[in-house]
Ligand binder design. Structure first.
Ligand code: COA
Ligand code: ZN
Length: 310
């Protein structure tokens, strides 16, 4: 039996947070509702962050309350602190995705918190979520390298993963925030976390900043990862990580996995139709390759001269 992969779209969060223009609330809702019909396992709808820090997602409540919830799709939101958690729970999200950084400098730049301070916030958040059914995931930014500090030692990443699990987090996402990871590093780190914590749900989150995004996804797959964050059209990036650019592109990732004969559960044509609406929505071209090139199954007519009769 083909192993099932889980594709999680983050375009309306990781993507829209860094767009130059605010995407109107009703357009966000319409896009999320269309994405929910494509077979994606999870959608990261928005973030409950400070509207001063992330003005593009200041309509988080309206979006979360405005969408039509499709059974079988998990709706998650990014949350940095207790206030964000309370806002998220009030909207009855399926999951909260806690965000912290593996490096002090990016943590302070992005969240005004060191990893230690984030862990303290998370303990308080887990007090708030206790007794509720919400799934608590944590995303570890800069797990493969920090744009300020450079290398993040692998033992430090393992230590932070362990501490997240110790306080009660149920799933962990390893994030390559600015596309610094290479496939050998990804395979090593992913193998090691899966070996140490076989019962835990791990997700890989790559940005294609240096063109290594799909190679890294493949490396993670080879290590045993079955959950991938990706962004429709390849939008994305952290506004507080210098040099950040788009996530791996969801339709490119699904196309690659399908070509390899893997089961993503996603209807690629429906996904491409969603991607086709993006350039107008955001007002610029999008990085994704398959929308431009067509699927590998695309065929062109032979040059006319070959069929010309003498
Ligand atoms: N939702 C809404 N407002 C929030 C909030 C939340 N989750 N957390 C804090 N605020 C508000 C406070 O109420 C306060 O408002 P006021 O100025 O009107 O009194 C203001 O934000 C500052 O609060 P404070 O707790 O001092 O936060 P801070 O200035 O230290 O910033 C964060 C910390 C985490 C709130 C902020 O850095 C943030 O939202 N970062 C998100 C970054 C992000 O999403 N990056 C991209 C994803 S990787
Ligand atoms: Zn990201």
């Amino acid at each position: 039996m083909t192993k099932r992969l889980y594709i999680q779209d983050v375009a309306t969060r990781d993507g829209f947070q860094i767009e130059p223009a605010f995407v109107p609330t009703e357009d966000k809702i319409a896009l999320i509702d269309r994405l929910a019909e494509t077979g994606l396992a999870k959608i990261e709808v928005t973030s409950f962050t400070s509207p001063k820090a992330i003005p593009n997602l200041r309509d988080a409540e309206a979006v979360m309350r405005g969408i039509h919830r499709v059974p079988g799709v998990d709706y998650t939101v990014l949350v940095p602190n207790v206030k964000g958690c309370e806002r998220a729970l009030a909207c009855e999200v399926d999951e909260i995705n806690l965000v912290m950084s593996a490096s002090d400098t990016h943590g302070l730049a992005n969240l005004r918190m060191t990893p230690e301070q984030s862990l303290e916030q998370f303990k308080a958040i887990l007090e708030v979520t206790r007794g509720s059914e919400v799934f608590v995931n944590a995303s570890l930014s800069t797990a493969f390298g920090c744009p300020f500090e450079g290398e993040v030692p692998e033992p430090r990443v393992h230590e932070l993963v362990q501490r997240l699990l110790d306080i009660g987090v149920q799933g962990v996402t390893l994030c390559d925030t600015t596309g610094m990871a290479d496939p050998a590093q990804v395979e090593r780190l992913c193998r090691e976390v899966l070996e140490r914590h076989p019962q835990v749900v791990f997700t890989a989150h790559f940005h294609n900043t240096r063109g290594m995004g799909l190679a890294n996804a493949l490396a993670a797959l080879n290590a045993g990862i079955d959950r991938f964050d990706a962004s429709l059209g390849g939008l994305g990036g952290c506004p507080y990580a210098p040099g950040a650019s788009g996530n791996i592109c969801t339709e490119d990732l699904v196309h690659m996995f399908q070509r390899m004969g893997l089961d993503t559960g996603v209807d690629l044509d429906r996904l491409l139709a969603c991607a086709a609406s993006l350039p107008e929505l955001v007002g610029h071209e999008i990085p994704g390759a398959i929308l431009k090139a067509g699927k590998a199954a695309r065929r062109y007519p032979r040059p006319a001269w070959m069929d010309a009769t003498a």
